[in-house]
Ligand binder design. Structure first.
Ligand SMILES: [Zn+2]
Length: 683
């Protein structure tokens, strides 16, 4: 079943992806990771024409995208290295002779092995979900349908909508039940409703995919085609009551607290009593309905579509959520649409990598604990703490000097900055997996057990105080995040490796890489979304009207720079969708550069290999975002991703900074030059 991503749902601003290695040989190579590899550059280019390729052009030529990937760059490389490390860990754990039944070692071993047991999985084929198919076919009423939806939620699936616990956005120390729109097989609302060439073609390909999946479940061709048409019609109805990605970036619009009685009034023809009773939560208390139009819209759709239509919908939801854990015919068909058609991947990743990903997801902190013991040196943590505090200091100084913000608001901004909690490497308290039962012989059953385990945890939280020590990412993740309701920045061990964090690199390069990552996450607390939360993580406006207006003018300037940045000849970045990330990139660069200056204490380091410290700072930044990307994946991301493509992340923000313009001698003759009056000076 598809796992809910609570953090994505809560619209938390994430940085992005990434990984490490295991053998002694690799460790040695790692210590030699060059701070800046001159061979990775394309010195024929002028930095002001294309800074992205000036730093990365050589690397891009030498590193074509492997067939299994849709993009290739620093994040993916680190991620792939991490997979090797994790594989080794799983191997070591599996060899333990005293892995008692119920021990963490037994769970890791059996989860992984059940996923690798292709003989058993192929033998089962569609029979792995036979019981579920029969159960759906036997449903006798729409009340049964709604009870069944609750049942799938209990098993960790996300049929029709998401239900989970998270911090109350206006009372952030307490957990509250949440509804979030869902129910679509295609990854974006617009793909159902738009008539541009790409959307039309995607719908056609999706219909074929749906029909093939129904055939794999045993339908004849005619029935399968009919089923596909039903799904496309139903999901289009859902899309019509759904909010777009852009609309969902508004945290105030997503906050609609109500009682069970009010929910019933909002959506009278959905049987909420049967839903909650089946969940085992007859009275969830107050809850937040993130998108009221969607939940209200379910009510007429429950009536409009027949019992048979709803059964078809449940069957599709079942197979869509289970496909990757079933026999190869399901896996291949699923990849054909989601991997090839949507992302342009040519090959599936090796099975062990896919199974490892799921094991690492299901038992994330159990594996994470082993991972950090082996791969996260304590000195990394202390160096990170120093870096973070330097960044915090430089951010505070920048806020104090801002010419567009009132003194009173500045005071509150600095209070919020001071209040940011920092988490580095791994959690202080590890998750207890004793209630998760893992068997040796059923991959699908294990995946469901893990999802149920997470869903039970979320149900248990409702109405209780928020456990602020929890982590939203595993330690092995190559990524970082800011969580607005906790006002915290979090850096898992996985990202604290080269090229992000290179213990052998000069300060300039490290401040350009991990320093900017830290500054990026800090700035999320002050981007167009984050600024709406106060120091305690509550949605609570602490800005004067004038400050807000001046901020909006500045961010509009930034948005237009991205709107006008053309990629793939005719496609542009969406400056509104990517607003928060772009503000964070620009803020991160400014804050980290000042922190670098502070750390230098007036001493200017000598140039290294011909490049000055300020040049190396920006080159270190550009390296982090080097990337080759397939056209299909780029088109998908321009539509779906709140992050701008690597190229735009490198070719826009620095050109707003006088220090960069001076460091590389950029002039009005250079293609990417931005005149002073059009530069965005925000944080
Ligand atoms: Zn971000």
């Amino acid at each position: 079943m598809k796992k809910m991503n609570f953090f994505a749902l809560a619209a938390i601003a994430l940085l992005l992806l990434g990984a490490c290695e295991n053998t002694k040989k690799v460790k040695e190579e790692k210590t030699m990771t060059k701070a800046i590899d001159l061979a990775s550059m394309d010195k024929d280019l002028r930095p002001g024409d294309d800074f992205f390729r000036f730093v990365n052009g050589g690397w891009m030529k030498e590193n074509p995208i492997p067939p299994e990937h849709s993009t290739y760059g620093a994040f993916i490389i680190l991620y792939e290295q991490n997979q090797e490390d994790l594989k080794q860990l799983v191997k070591e754990v599996s060899a333990e002779k005293d892995a008692n039944n119920g021990s963490v070692s037994q769970k890791i071993r059996d989860f992984y092995n059940s996923g690798m047991d292709t003989i058993r999985i192929e033998e089962l084929g569609v029979n792995a979900i036979r019981k579920d198919i029969d159960e759906i076919n036997a449903l006798k009423s729409k009340t049964d349908v709604q009870a069944y939806i609750a049942k799938t939620h209990k098993a960790g699936a996300s049929t029709l909508f998401y239900f989970f616990s998270s911090a109350d956005q206006r009372n952030s120390s307490m957990e509250i039940a949440n509804f979030y729109q869902g129910g679509l097989g295609l990854p974006d609302v617009d793909y159902y409703l738009n008539d541009d060439d790409r959307s039309v073609k995607l719908r056609e390909a999706y219909s074929i995919h749906l029909a093939k999946m129904f055939q794999l479940m045993g339908d004849d061709k005619a029935t399968a085609i009919k089923g596909a048409a039903t799904i496309l019609k139903m999901e289009t109805s859902l899309a019509k009551v759904s909010k777009t990605r852009l609309e969902r970036r508004d945290p105030i619009a997503n906050y609609n607290k109500m009682s069970l009685a009010e929910l019933k009034e909002l959506s009278p023809d959905f049987d909420w009593d049967i839903y909650f009773t089946t969940l085992g939560l007859p009275d969830p208390g107050d809850m937040n309905v993130s998108q009221t139009d969607f939940i209200a819209g379910l009510s007429p759709l429950m009536k409009q579509y027949s019992l048979d239509d709803w059964k078809t919908y449940l069957l599709w939801s079942l197979v869509d959520g289970s496909a990757t854990y079933l026999s190869n015919d399901f896996v291949e068909q699923n990849f054909d649409f989601f991997g090839k058609t949507l992302s342009g991947r040519q090959e599936m990743r090796a099975r062990w990598k896919r199974v490892l990903d799921n094991t690492s997801g299901a038992l994330g902190e159990a594996i994470g604990q082993l991972y950090v013991e082996k791969h996260f040196p304590p000195e990394s943590k202390s160096r990170m703490i120093t870096l973070v505090e330097n960044l915090r200091k430089s951010f505070a100084q920048r806020i104090a000097k801002l010419d567009w913000m009132d003194e009173e608001t500045k005071k509150k901004a600095i209070e919020k900055l001071d209040a940011i909690t920092v988490k580095i490497g791994y959690p202080d308290k590890w998750k207890d997996y004793s209630k998760l039962n893992v068997v040796a012989d059923s991959y699908l059953q294990n995946v469901r057990a893990a999802n149920t385990f997470e869903f039970d945890r979320t149900l248990e939280k409702i109405g209780k105080p928020v456990d602020k020590s929890e982590w939203g990412m595993t330690p092995q993740t190559v990524n970082a995040y800011y969580n607005p309701t906790n006002n915290e920045i979090v850096f898992p061990a996985g990202i604290l490796q080269p090229p992000f964090f290179n213990k052998d690199a000069d300060d300039a390069v490290n401040y350009g890489a991990i320093g900017v990552v830290i500054g990026h996450e800090m700035t999320h607390g002050f981007d167009d979304q984050g600024r709406q939360y106060d120091k305690d993580g509550n949605l609570n406006d602490w800005w004067t009207e004038d400050d807000a207006k001046r901020f909006a003018d500045k961010t509009a300037l930034l948005a237009s720079q991205y709107d006008n940045y053309t990629i793939l000849d005719s496609l542009n970045v969406d400056g509104q969708l990517t607003m928060g990330e772009n503000i964070a990139d620009l803020g991160g660069l400014n804050i980290s550069f000042d922190a670098l200056l502070m750390s230098m204490n007036g001493n200017k380091p000598a140039p290294i290999e011909g490049y000055t410290y300020d040049q190396r700072f920006f080159m270190g930044y550009a390296q982090v975002w080097r990337q080759n990307i397939r056209d299909k994946e780029l088109m998908r991301r321009l539509k779906e991703d709140v992050h701008s493509p690597g190229e735009a992340r490198v070719n826009i923000p620095p050109f707003n900074m006088d220090i960069f313009i001076n460091a590389f001698g950029i002039t009005a003759d250079d293609k990417l030059f931005i005149p002073v009056q059009k530069r965005a000076y925000i944080w």
